[in-house]
Design a protein around this ligand. Structure first.
Ligand code: HEM
Length: 308
């Protein structure tokens, strides 16, 4: 199953409109220089947050996730931008912004109002006026993608592993959570000739959907696939080489943020473990709605140890 998915994902480059964070804005492609600048800024921002003292990383984790997780991560990484991001909401973006270019000025002063702006906010403030609309859309998309996807992954991992066992390597716990509940549970590709050439069952006019969620539970590839078993990862050196494991996609289109996300999520889990953050209700049946990002619905997490 995994090899067909990999054949499809590597058959042609991803189209602009199939992208997520960097899909076109007002029908124009996002210039690669912009995407790279956003990813560089995001990396700086996450690294800065992770370098803060551990008590600050531990603060604010309790509540009903994934919403509480979004708030927590936004506070951890982008709290310095509060004034800046609130003010951005006043500015129109997309086509209407392009027409009213001259009305958008004063970003420098917005930035000065912010306590300790993120690298992403500085990037928005520094781009030439003609590209400001583009930069604002990317700021919003990137912050939201980072906080919502990391929160989805953390929600699933915290719930599946609750209470976190400090004797089990966090890497294994996260890999297993990404297997059983991959936040990016479905990938889509617009119909194209290349896919029809891969397999007779695919016609040229067929849009193709790939489900990491199902591939990760294929009983021919995984023993006891429905069981959360972090131990299965002990002897696996490079998960990227596994045919039936695609939590971050495959080949050239593999997620640009995967190392960053893993670093962030592992650090947060380490600190969550120190304060004994665990699900308030005993694990049982839970809802996992098929939203664009797959995550368990509304588990409540509470710390059982002193947070200091
Ligand atoms: C838990 C967090 C995340 C997961 C599980 C995830 C998963 C994925 C997957 C499965 C793909 C392949 C998509 C496809 O082939 O259609 C992908 C691609 C990509 N991801 Fe992520 N992602 C995460 C977070 C992020 C974040 C925070 C960003 C940046 C803000 C990001 C940026 C990208 C980019 C740039 C691509 C390449 C395709 C494109 O240009 O859109 N990802 N990701």
């Amino acid at each position: 199953m995994g090899s067909l998915a990999r054949d499809v994902l590597s058959a042609r480059p991803i189209h602009d409109f199939e992208r997520s964070v960097f899909k076109p804005i007002a029908r124009s492609s996002v210039p690669p220089s912009f995407s790279s600048a956003v990813m560089r800024a995001l990396t700086q921002d996450v690294k800065r947050a992770l370098a803060s003292d551990e008590a600050s990383i531990r603060a604010g984790m309790e509540g009903v996730w994934p919403k509480a997780g979004y708030r927590y991560l936004h506070g951890l990484i982008y709290s310095g931008d509060l004034n800046f991001s609130n003010s951005l909401s006043r500015f129109p973006t997309g086509r209407s912004w392009m027409r009213r270019r001259s009305s958008a000025n004063g970003y420098g002063s917005l930035l000065r109002d912010s306590e300790s702006p993120s690298a992403l906010a500085k990037m928005v403030a520094e781009v030439p006026e003609g590209e400001k609309g583009l930069a604002i859309v990317l700021y919003r998309r990137a912050v939201s993608a980072l906080c919502s996807s990391a929160s989805a992954l953390l929600t699933n991992t915290l719930w599946l592993s609750s209470p976190l066992n400090p004797g089990v390597p966090i890497d294994n716990i996260v890999l297993e959570s990404l297997r059983l509940l991959p936040p990016a549970w479905m990938l889509r590709r617009k119909a194209s000739r290349e896919y029809a050439e891969i397999n007779d069952a695919i016609n040229e006019s067929d849009n193709v959907f790939i489900f990491p969620f199902l591939i990760h539970r294929n009983p021919e590839a995984w023993s006891s696939p429905e069981v959360f078993d972090p131990d299965r990862w002990y002897d696996i050196e490079d998960p990227d080489l596994l045919e039936d494991y695609l939590p971050f996609g495959y080949t050239n289109n593999r997620c640009w943020a995967r190392h960053l996300i893993l670093q962030l999520v592992k650090k947060v889990l380490q600190e969550a473990s120190r304060i004994g953050l665990s699900a308030v209700e005993k694990q049982g049946k839970v809802k996992v709605p098929l939203n664009p990002l797959l995550s368990i619905s509304s588990p409540k997490f509470r710390a059982s140890l002193n947070q200091v």
